[in-house]
Design a protein around this ligand. Sequence first.
Ligand code: NI
Length: 179
Amino acid sequence: MKRNSPQVVDMSKLEILTYPEKFLFHPVEPVENIDGGVQEMIDKMAATMYAAPGVGLAAIQVGWGKSLLVYDIAPQRDERSLHVLINPRIVVAEGEIISENEGCLSVPDFRSDVKRAAAVTVEAADREGKPLRIDAEGMLAIVLQHEIDHLQGTLFIDRLSSLKRELYKRRMKKKLRMK
Ligand code: NI
């Protein structure tokens, strides 16, 4: 679908929700109509991701419960390559790798190794509504799995052993009490 709003580069940033915000744990709804509101959200999400800085951001992380994510695994200023996935889903997942030191903008001050599929195939629509199929491995496969997890209401800490997860939760509770 074509853009139906004038192209305005909106550099305003959005607030990123962080654990233990409950909204992060609810699965999102599909995007039904790629309208001007969606385009505006994409621009704001991109600005928010680059400013963070992050390599990926899902709409749910900025409080919008729709199936939409942006990513750029080459975030150097001169080589920006923004990708937008609307209603993405993993159709093939193969093998296993350890994603080293994974982190998340919604899970502050914590990183951990996470077990991930080594290769995935993702189907989605781009921001014009054109169907996409991405065969990914390595860093891209990890980012796609991490961001698509967000859309199901799953954080990377949900993929850790319960011991590690509890340690993080206890640490966060303590921190919040001290505020
Ligand atoms: Ni994340």
